[in-house]
Design a binder for this molecule. Structure first.
Ligand SMILES: [Zn+2]
Length: 405
């Protein structure tokens, strides 16, 4: 089946005058962001801001069992009619088309789509809402990813392999993050989200410092995106360890609120409007190895990608600081933590070849080849092992059994 052409930011923001091509600075963000313990109980009231009267609710079967009753109660209390559409788990065109047809067949002219769940459910929700021509509302149940605030979706094949990115002219109109729900989810998701979020600043900085660097909006980053990215990293260094302890105790604390905001809002706007670079290129490259793709979370691969990017950029002191943070919160601090030995040169080279195919790698200020990235990965592995030798990796071992190499 052929898919509708979505938004093309590089066409919209391209400028040229007098033979010169210039890029504007562009910032994209949700219209409202609401975060707090128990906020999901007030979803119906918040949907009045959209305003929504007839809601298609995209949620997994498990999510419906856990949160369905309270959500429906809140919608009913606000006089909002709703229909549930079960999300099967993959953000693929097959699922997106099926949900669009299902909503149309119900002859329920939904005026808003609310997606409740993890990153793939929210990304599928954006694609479905775009096809129906209605606004989309994100209710993330995890703080593990950048899906809630961004105006793009990662589309996978039904087998779960990354297929392409879809861009939309609007970001989710409203984002509602219930920190009590995040506090009750497995801690590994929060930790993985910190890996994804920590890279935001270092990748945005690379884009900003390179005059040819472009954000995910195919534009130049604003000062605002840079400031959000920098605040994101600062927040994680300050509150990351305490936030992990809070989720272990299933308690919402100030540190957890800060880290949820860093992982969801600061990182979400920061990556889209600030831009990506080596860290995400390596993370995407690593997904060509099926054993990694199946076992590790996106943010865990981004953490190793970030170490590799900083070594590639010869920023070794910062790489050591990142490795120490990873060791402290339980993120991978060397390639062995992703079950990858750098002596398995074939696998590592395949991943680095995959990474160099990523367009945002061109935001690095110098040409990067598979060989130079491979060398940076080997050096990053050794740097990370040195840090783990000094500070240990107890936090990582608590999250990952059996023990990784
Ligand atoms: Zn990411």
């Amino acid at each position: 089946m052929h898919q509708p052409q979505t938004f093309q930011p590089e066409v919209v923001y391209q400028q040229s005058s007098g033979g010169q091509h210039t890029l504007p600075q562009v910032l994209a963000a949700p219209s409202r962001y609401i975060q707090g313990a128990g906020v999901l109980d007030h979803l119906g009231t918040y949907l009045g801001l959209v305003p929504a009267r007839r809601v298609a609710l995209l949620i997994t079967a498990g999510g419906e069992r856990r949160e369905g009753v309270r959500i429906k109660r809140s919608l009913e209390a606000a006089g909002i009619d709703s229909r549930v559409v079960i999300f099967g788990g993959e953000c693929s065109y097959a699922e997106i088309d099926k949900a669009v047809v299902e909503i149309k067949i119900q002859q329920f002219s939904a005026d808003c789509l609310v997606a409740v769940g993890g990153g793939k459910c929210l990304d599928a929700g954006k694609s479905i809402a775009y096809r129906l021509g209605i606004p989309m509302v994100s209710c993330p149940s995890l703080a593990s990813n950048d899906a809630p605030c961004s105006g793009l979706s990662v589309i996978y094949t039904p087998a779960g392999v990354t297929e392409l990115l879809e861009f939309f002219p609007q970001n989710p109109v409203l984002v509602v993050v219930d920190t009590q729900v995040v506090a009750e989810a497995p801690v590994r998701y929060l930790v993985s989200g910190m890996g994804d979020a920590l890279a935001t600043w270092y990748e945005a900085r690379t884009c900003i410092e390179n005059p040819a660097g472009r954000s995910m909006l195919a534009a130049r980053p604003t000062l605002a995106a840079a400031a959000l990215g920098e605040l994101c990293a600062k927040t994680l260094y300050a509150d990351g360890v305490a936030a992990v302890a809070a989720v272990r105790a299933q308690q919402v604390t100030v540190a957890l609120e800060h880290v949820v905001e860093a992982n969801t809002l600061l990182s979400g706007i920061g990556f889209e409007s600030g831009g990506l670079a080596g860290a995400h290129a390596v993370a995407q490259g690593l997904t060509v190895l099926p054993q990694l793709h199946a076992t590790y979370l996106h943010g865990e691969m981004v953490a190793i990608g970030l170490l590799t990017q900083l070594v590639l950029e010869s920023k070794l002191d910062e790489a050591a600081r990142v490795a120490e943070f990873c060791a402290a919160v339980g993120l991978p601090a060397h390639y062995g933590h992703l079950s990858l030995k750098v002596s398995d040169t074939e696998d590592l080279m395949a991943a680095m070849v995959g990474a160099t195919a990523m367009a945002f790698l061109q935001n690095e200020p110098f040409p990067v080849t598979p060989a130079s990235l491979f060398a940076a990965a080997v050096a990053a592995d050794s740097l990370g092992r040195g840090v783990v030798g000094r500070v240990g990796d107890e936090a990582y071992q608590r999250l990952h059994q059996p023990v990784a190499r």
